[in-house]
Design a protein. Structure first.
Length: 386
């Protein structure tokens, strides 16, 4: 919603990439990561593309697009095949995959497949780390996770880039690529990442490097400050100043009966409000946020039990500095909770992760191609079961 980001990369024969140029411009015609004005968006992208092509003396025909819209659909589904003691062949795996894909796409005619993850393999009720080709068994099950984008949204993206004389080679979802840096720090690629933005939040769940689940929420850290403003009848500028200066984490296990100082009320009437009262309001609202996203979210009950590591990222630096311990205490004790600030260069980090993803691939992903590019390199790093 803030920027259109351009990244030019060059690959060598070892599939290592070098950044040639990077540029971002303020975006228009976008709402919640979704294109709502094709004319405005295409005009800005064309201008940015022309500038970066002229500067680097290059002309581009294809692009990979990172989409930050959240109206995609996540589907988890399991297929199976009876083996009856025979050896599992590649054809058996292909049969299960095609059957699942055809079933989903038949029932989701207005959606296009963007990401497809091989989430888990099971032979005779035993989990297997890799495809069990060559093994013998009675019953094989294959769990897939599919991410689907509305076809009209994909058509709009294609239309915008066609107006810029570009073909979309692939669309990737930002919630996936922005999580890659966190995944690399886990032992087995199993983690829940909770993003607390100022106005919106989301949870991403990964199981052994497979993107298993995503859910957005239309509230963020601002709701805590708005609640304080409403209950205490305080102006938002006073509340923002409090959250900037008061380290609420100091008072988790102890009461602070002191009152807000008059320095917080420079431009408004002084109100006698205790720190303890503010603490209760903040704690109650944070608990409600964690309940909605995680603890009482029925959508994740069945998939979160094996996740021991949870990462919480904040857009507001005051929540990272002054309130992260409040968030940590709301989770079960057997979970490892880590907090960090969403980096200012998150748009660049996501682009760099995508650059790495394109050529190195992702071990649990089968890659759907939006626009087939007839080149040897393209065929090397992409594959799809058909």
């Amino acid at each position: 919603d803030k920027y259109f980001t351009f990244l030019i990369i060059k690959y060598n024969e070892n599939f290592e990439f070098q950044v040639i140029d990077f540029k971002h411009i303020e975006s228009e015609g976008v709402n919640d990561g979704k294109i709502v004005d094709v004319f405005l968006s295409s005009q800005l992208i064309r201008e940015g593309l022309n500038q970066i092509e002229k500067k680097n003396k290059l002309i581009f025909k294809y692009a990979t697009v990172i989409s930050n819209q959240h109206n995609f659909e996540c589907i988890n589904i399991t297929g199976f095949k009876k083996i009856n003691g025979s050896q599992i062949l590649n054809e058996d795996i292909t049969y299960v995959l095609n059957d699942i894909k055809q079933t989903v796409l038949k029932n989701k005619k207005n959606k296009s497949l963007i990401h497809l993850f091989n989430t888990s393999f099971n032979l005779d009720k035993k989990n297997i780390n890799n495809l069990p080709i060559g093994l013998y068994g009675e019953f094989y099950t294959h769990h897939l996770t599919l991410f689907l984008l509305p076809q009209n949204d994909l058509k709009n993206l294609k239309l915008i880039f066609n107006k810029c004389d570009l073909n979309i080679e692939r669309v990737v979802l930002k919630p996936f690529v922005s999580s890659i840096s966190h995944l690399k720090k886990t032992d087995d690629g199993t983690i829940a990442i909770i993003n607390i933005g100022k106005k919106n939040s989301a949870i991403n769940v990964f199981y052994k490097n497979s993107f298993l689940y995503f859910e957005p929420f239309s509230f963020g850290s601002d709701i805590v400050m708005k609640d304080v403003s409403k209950i205490c009848l305080l102006d938002m500028n006073v509340v923002e100043s409090m959250f900037n200066e008061i380290i609420f984490d100091k008072y988790i296990k102890e009461k602070n009966l002191n009152y807000l100082g008059e320095n917080f009320f420079k431009d408004s009437i002084y109100r006698k409000i205790s720190i303890s009262h503010l603490q209760k309001i903040v704690e109650a609202r944070i608990e409600e946020i964690i309940d909605l996203i995680y603890k009482k979210n029925a959508n994740i009950f069945s998939i979160i039990k094996d996740v021991k590591q949870i990462k919480i990222t904040f857009e507001d630096i005051n929540f990272q500095n002054n309130l992260k311990e409040h968030f940590k205490t709301k989770f079960p004790e057997d979970k490892e909770i880590n907090c960090c600030l969403i980096p200012d260069k998150d748009h660049l980090n996501s682009s760099l992760s995508t650059a790495e993803l394109i050529f190195n691939g992702w071990e649990k992903e089968a890659i759907p191609i939006i626009q087939t590019k007839k080149s040897i390199i393209s065929r090397i790093f992409t594959y799809i079961f058909t």
